[in-house]
Design a binder for this molecule. Structure first.
Ligand SMILES: [Zn+2]
Length: 212
């Protein structure tokens, strides 16, 4: 039985694949060569590889006392609430896709320390949110993402990938999203409101703050 690889060994292997400027080659046989990659290859190059950091940087809310969940929600946060119950809040993330939602437990947890009862409920919530997002007329798929590199409080994303725009399929949708025009407020409220009402119908709880 061998030990898991160290990050030093992983990093050394990546660094060994770089050129004399420290750049990895653009993998034109992989994603950058696919039809869903948003950028043309002419002039495209990978940034030079940075040195291995000494430690992982602390995230916002690493100490629960400093996490936004330790303070009452601001009026701006309240106004973005799409659905909630005693344990969870679904909010509009304010992005440029037809709908982008963030799910958060009210109590301070990250994914790896979520208690079993909340983990079970999150599974059902993820299914219900995905079904509601996918029933929007402008959405072809609900993509789900948990990154957690900026904030320590669990906040998985639900991205409504626009339907019938095959260039926006898959993991490049967020690179496209940055370049899309802003979503007008009336479309944002209508789409997120539709999802919030569908969640109330399926799960109970409270619907969109702006329809209360
Ligand atoms: Zn928190």
């Amino acid at each position: 039985m061998s030990e898991p690889e160290s990050i030093e060994d992983f990093y050394a292997r990546v660094a060994a694949a770089t050129d004399d400027e420290g750049r990895l080659p653009v993998a034109i046989e992989a994603m950058p060569g696919w039809d869903i990659f948003p950028f043309e290859l002419d002039g495209l190059r990978v940034k030079p590889l940075e040195p291995l950091a000494d430690v992982e940087a602390d995230r916002r809310g690493e100490d629960p006392a400093d996490c936004p969940c330790a303070s009452p929600a601001t009026p701006e946060q309240e106004a973005r609430t799409v659905w909630s119950n005693e344990r969870w809040v679904v909010s509009d993330a304010g992005m440029k896709l037809p709908v982008t939602l963030i799910l958060k437990p009210r109590a301070h947890h990250d994914l790896a320390d979520l208690p079993d009862d909340l983990a079970s409920e999150m599974g059902r919530l993820m299914v219900a949110i995905s079904a509601a997002v996918e029933s929007l007329p402008s959405v072809g798929r609900c993509h789900v993402g948990r990154y957690g590199d900026g904030g320590a409080h669990l906040h998985p994303f639900f991205f409504g990938r626009p339907t019938r725009m095959p260039q926006l399929r898959g993991s490049c949708v967020l690179d496209w999203e940055e370049n899309l025009p802003d979503l007008p407020d009336d479309a944002r409220l209508a789409n997120a409101g539709f999802v919030g009402r569908a969640l109330v119908e399926r799960l109970g709880g409270s619907g969109p703050a702006w329809e209360a």
